[in-house]
Write a protein that binds this ligand. Structure first.
Ligand SMILES: Nc1ncnc2c1ncn2[C@@H]1O[C@H](COP(=O)(O)OP(=O)(O)OP(=O)(O)O)[C@@H](O)[C@H]1O
Ligand SMILES: [Mg+2]
Length: 325
């Protein structure tokens, strides 16, 4: 389990050799051992290859000889993998509860905002064109619209975005949205489209637009000031059983998929960032909300699709999405 041979370990103090981290001070453990004759708990130890592992450790006092303990026996079982899975499950449950909570509030919020924006807009239309208060009201509408936008991102993450599913041609949808996408990015960013004929997918057009907007805005933000390019492409792919294992986090069925690829030559990201980008509220940006990719994830899942990211610092980023067709 630890990788040392008996000869190497002989004569060495085991906890020094294994660099044991105890859950409580060693004298306390020893006291329990003496009082109760046994102790068990979790320890963190090192293997010969310097891997830190978590072990479940049971200590038992050997029978007393002439009133003194003869020594004690320690049995350790490697539970590193079990701990890792437990942590992962806890994390998943935490994310799900965040989603439920956010989704619940966002829903009410959205309905209330419809009232705010609707009424304020009605007042605006009724107002004299030269009324000096107009600008104030317009600002209020803009803020409410921004709130509605954030709520939509939350709803999408929670898998509660309004779903109006119908057959959709991904290449067509992108082509129609192209002018909007071009307008959403600064002048130094060029967008190229590589759209091929694709079979229809079952999708909600508003949510596909939301995905595109989120990915393209992220790509433009990763490019920042320097001249850069974003490429948006579609394609068709067959996913089989081995791909299914590759996309372990997504419950997809093998078959034909329409792909959406958004690639940029911006700053890229390291592995630590990549591990967290889909967490709600994770952001590396000063004014970011950390909701864009959470929404993308929620929508892709809602469409029984899958996605993956390829990126490295300074090497840009590629987001590849798969929708069952
Ligand atoms: N194309 C990209 N290139 C490099 N990093 C990216 C890219 N897309 C996303 N990221 C990283 O992932 C993080 C999370 O993205 P996400 O869209 O969820 O939130 P955000 O852009 O920070 O805020 P919001 O979209 O809510 O305004 C970003 O802060 C950024 O660090
Ligand atoms: Mg974003």
């Amino acid at each position: 389990m630890y990788g040392w041979s008996a000869a190497e370990a002989l004569g060495r103090e085991s906890h020094q050799l294994l660099q044991t981290e105890f859950p409580q001070p060693l004298p306390d453990i020893q006291r329990t051992l003496l009082e109760r004759g046994a102790w068990h708990g979790e320890l963190v130890q090192s293997t010969k290859d310097h891997l830190r592992i978590v072990v479940s450790s049971r200590w038992a006092l050997k029978p007393f000889l002439a009133g003194k303990p003869a020594g004690f026996l320690e049995i350790a079982r490697d539970i590193t993998e079990r701990k890792r899975i437990e942590d992962q499950l806890r994390e998943t449950a935490r994310m799900e509860s965040v989603g439920l909570l956010a989704g619940g509030i966002a829903h009410d919020f959205n309905n209330l905002l419809v009232g705010v924006i609707g009424n304020a807009s009605l007042v605006l239309t009724a107002m004299e064109v030269h009324n000096p208060q107009r600008a104030l009201l317009q600002e209020a509408v803009r803020s409410a619209e921004r709130m509605a936008y954030l709520t939509r991102q939350l709803l999408a993450y929670a898998g509660k975005g309004r779903f109006v599913v119908g057959p959709l041609n991904l290449s067509e949808t992108i082509r129609e949205q192209a002018p909007l996408l071009r307008a959403a990015v600064p002048k130094n960013v060029q967008i190229d489209f590589v759209l091929v004929p694709v079979p229809p997918i079952e999708a909600d057009v508003a949510q596909i637009q939301q995905i595109l907007a989120n990915l393209v805005i992220n790509a433009a933000e990763a490019i920042a000031e320097a001249p850069g390019a974003i490429s948006i492409g579609t394609g068709v792919a067959e996913l089989d059983e081995s791909d299914r294992a590759r996309f372990g986090d997504f419950p997809i069925s093998p078959g034909r998929f329409v792909t959406l690829t958004v690639r940029d030559n911006g700053c890229g990201m390291d592995a630590a960032t990549q591990a967290r980008i889909f967490d709600p509220f994770f952001t590396t940006k000063f004014l970011g909300r950390g909701l864009g990719l959470s929404a993308v994830m929620g929508i892709v899942r809602g469409h029984r699709g899958a996605l993956r990211v390829i990126s490295a610092p300074g090497r840009g980023a590629t987001f590849e999405l798969f929708f069952p067709s």
